[in-house]
Design a protein. Structure first.
Length: 159
C-alpha cells in the first residue's frame, strides 16, 4: 500500500473513531438528561402526594412518602453519578499504544536546504507523545507533540 493510501486509511480510521466517540458521548448525555428528568419527576410526584396528605393532617403519610421518595431519588442519583463519571471518562484523551502516523504538506519553501512542515496533532495524540510523520517524499520521521498542543491543533517542524 502506498504511503499516501496508508495515510488516507489512517485518517479515515481516526475519523471513524472520533465519530464513534462523539456518538457514545451523545448517548451518555441523553441518559444523563433522562435521569435528571426522572429525579425531577419523583420530586414533583412527592410534592403532589404530600400536599394532599398534609392538607388532611396525615403527617405519618407525609413521612412515609418522604422516605419512599428519598430512597427512589437516591437510587436514581447514584445512576446519575455513575453516568457523569462515564461521560468524564469518555471525554478523557486516550494515548495510543504506539506512534501515530500523520501525513503533512510543506507550508513554506525556505531558501535554505530545510523546509518547514505543518503537522496537525492527531485526535488520539497528547502533549509529549512521539508521533510518526510521513513526508510528501514518503520518508517517515518522528516528532514530539509540543506542550499545550491539543488534538487538531497545528505545530511546525523543520525537515
Amino acid at each position: 500500500m502506498s504511503t499516501w493510501m496508508k495515510s488516507m486509511t489512517d485518517a479515515a480510521k481516526s475519523g471513524a473513531a472520533q465519530a464513534s466517540t462523539m456518538a457514545h458521548t451523545a448517548k451518555i448525555k441523553a441518559e444523563i438528561s433522562l435521569l435528571e428528568s426522572k429525579i425531577s419527576g419523583l420530586k414533583r410526584d412527592w410534592g403532589e402526594t404530600c400536599f394532599d396528605a398534609y392538607q388532611r393532617g396525615d403527617h405519618g403519610a407525609v413521612q412515609r412518602e418522604h422516605l419512599k421518595a428519598r430512597n427512589s431519588i437516591d437510587v436514581e442519583s447514584a445512576k446519575l453519578d455513575a453516568k457523569r463519571r462515564e461521560l468524564d471518562a469518555a471525554k478523557a484523551p486516550v494515548a495510543p499504544a504506539g506512534p501515530v502516523t500523520v501525513a503533512s504538506m510543506p507550508i513554506a519553501t525556505p531558501v535554505t536546504a530545510t523546509q518547514t512542515m505543518a503537522i496537525t496533532v492527531p485526535a488520539n495524540a497528547s502533549p509529549g507523545q512521539q508521533i510518526a510523520v510521513v513526508l510528501p517524499s514518503g520518508q517517515q520521521l518522528q516528532a514530539i507533540v509540543p506542550p499545550n498542543a491539543a488534538p487538531g491543533s497545528v505545530f511546525h517542524i523543520q525537515v
